[in-house]
Design a protein. Sequence first.
Length: 381
Amino acid sequence: MSHVRRIFLALLLFILAGWLYKQWRTRQPNEGLFDLLDKKPDSTAPSSTSTPATPPSLPTPPNRTATPALSRLDEEISALAQRTLPCVVSIDTQNLQKERLNSLFSRLEVVPSLGSGVIITKEGHILTNHHVIANALEIRVTTNDQKSYKAEFIGTNPKADIAVIKIVDADHNFPVLKFANSDQVRVGQTVFAVGNPFGLSGSFTQGIISARRNSAQTGNIFQTDTVINPGNSGGPLVDIHGEIVGINFSIRSGNSQVNTWQGVGFAIPANEARVAFDTIIKEKTVPTGFLGITMDEVVIEVSPGRIGVTINEVVPQSSAANAGLRPDDVIIGLNGDPLEHPDEVYIVASATPIGRSIVFDILRNQQRRTITATMQPRPQD
């Protein structure tokens, strides 16, 4: 009986071993004895007589002939920058600015400022913005080759925000840019802004004409998405031929706390700039009136969404004094429109010719009044 048990146990172990082997084989394909005997040599495996494998090659250089149009475009833009940059200058000014110390005292201090300009004549006449050189005690320009020159004031047209200065004590052989016919400028046209943003001279950026707009201060203007920042004012906006289509003068900030480019810049069309330049050269200046006030730098909120600016001083016998404006009056509107920024007062006043009037909405002792000031020349000392 024990002998039968041993036979049965051996048979059971044999069956179990066979089952385990089968399970193992299902996880190891093509590795059984018959598979190994029947396996054919791998034709891809290296033999003792085969040549060594070729090492991987380096990346193939880009085929520049496959993109001839883009390559030519890249070269043309670079060449355009090289032709344009020598004709654009950085403008550094020393401006007289009033600093309010308290309710009784203030002081005058000299504050540096910067902008851009474009050389129009070989003699060194430079076109820029009026607001770049307004109130400047000293003007210096730096050309693209880093040469610095003193410049003299020639004339200005505040309404167009155009001014002309001229390099002094220098050879008369400067490279110049020509004006394009801005009436032919199209929305979507490629343009380039050249200038001195944040003091970074020799900057060259690309964009398009986004729209044609109308400004109360300057008339027709171009809107562009070309990168324009503080310091670009007065620099040219040029087309693909390197001709001036506009003079950059402003940016639009959607967030008032951000004073950098947000995709919307403005330029004065070349035709308007050329007329202003010719007039200034011929007449030296465009006669505009003198308002005769200084204002507090602190803007006050007179009501929700409505701002005002306080008059600090009124020059005797000036347009403001003759109209009846007084210190401590709060200007809240101009010509029927609410005041949006204190600089509007100076911009509108400097753009109003002698004999024309400005209507001021003011608060005096918390009472609202309307005062009309007729612009007159600066009183003689």
